[in-house]
Design a protein around this ligand. Structure first.
Ligand SMILES: NC(=O)CC(=O)C(=O)O
Length: 307
């Protein structure tokens, strides 16, 4: 509890070239991706997340990623019931558990997302904790999952029925590189990934909960595209599948390398995926395909209004 008041929010770091920053960070490490089973009992979900974070750390992971909405079923009527106010940490057990387990295990946690309540609004929010349990960043999902015409056989979903959209991109400096955060539908916006790359991201983490049709069609494709276009690592983490729920989740949490290659993936059951990241692969990809210097800014330009 005492460490909470010392937390600092220091997202939004702006690094011009990730390769120049490499000596200051750990370049080779294991990521642990916890594809968690989510139930209708919040306390069960918290205990389960705690246990699987511990398993990931015991298997050597120093950076641990959780799924979108890991403390709550992915359903707009559930979000208000499971939401936590991070300004009132005594009533925010999910938030508190992440801080405490990061500190007790000495790991960095990209905390998936949970419903956050703040000033009468709800957000779909990812928190990032450093190895002393300090809150390093908070990302509120920017692009809400409001389906237009559903894909054949698909359920309709309108996230904005209960959630408000965030209004800031999030790039955070950690001991394990500069990490951009997007939540699920955020992955469909290449401009966000490009802006993270331009700010020096080595890795973009996407907690997500694609469903059976969007997952089969697009989950892997979107991750590989964001990775290869930006020549960086992409990690995704989904809840596991519950075939009895109203929104059936695809699963298949994955790590993709900077050439768009799948380094590790899993099926739809609960799993702890451990995979190696080596940022030297970013340099290799960029040496083979020096896209940055080959860009034709005289013909087209990417304008990052916040950059
Ligand atoms: N949770 C989501 O944002 C779901 C999504 O994007 C999808 O395609 O499914």
């Amino acid at each position: 509890m005492a460490s909470i008041s010392k937390r600092t929010a220091s997202a939004q770091s702006f690094v011009s070239d990730p390769l120049l920053q490499m000596p200051k960070i750990t370049q080779k490490f294991k990521i642990g991706i916890c594809q968690l089973k989510v139930t209708t009992e919040k306390n069960v979900n918290i205990l389960n997340a705690h246990n699987l974070i511990q398993v990931a750390a015991e298997q050597g992971a120093s950076l641990i990623l959780l799924p979108e909405m890991w403390n709550c079923p992915y359903s707009t009527d559930m979000f208000p019931k499971f939401a936590e106010d991070f300004n009132d940490i005594d009533s925010a057990p999910s938030f508190l558990m992440l801080s405490e387990v990061a500190s007790s295990l000495g790991v960095t946690i990209i905390g998936g997302s949970i419903p956050e309540k703040d000033a009468g609004q709800l957000y779909n929010t990812c928190t990032v904790f450093g190895p002393k349990g300090e809150l390093k960043a908070k990302h509120r999902k920017i692009h809400l999952f409001d389906m237009g015409k559903p894909l054949p056989g698909e359920v309709q979903f309108k996230e904005s029925d209960s959630i408000s959209a965030g209004d800031k991109p999030t790039v955070v400096d950690t001991d394990f590189g500069c990490i951009g955060i997007g939540i699920c539908h955020d992955i469909r916006f290449p401009e966000l990934a490009m802006s993270y790359s331009a700010r020096g991201a080595h890795l973009i983490c996407y907690p997500g909960a694609f469903n059976m049709s969007t997952g089969a069609a697009l989950w892997e494709l979107e991750q590989r595209t964001r990775a290869v276009d930006n020549q960086l690592y992409v990690a995704s983490c989904s809840p596991s599948r519950d075939s009895a729920s109203s929104y059936i989740i695809w699963g298949h949490s994955t790590l993709v390398g900077p050439m768009g290659e799948i380094i590790a993936t899993t099926g739809h059951e609960e799993a702890v995926l451990i995979a190696d990241i080596d940022y030297a692969a970013i340099q290799l990809a960029r040496e083979s395909f020096p896209l940055k210097s080959q860009r034709r800014d005289d013909i087209y330009q990417f304008v990052d209004l916040l950059g």
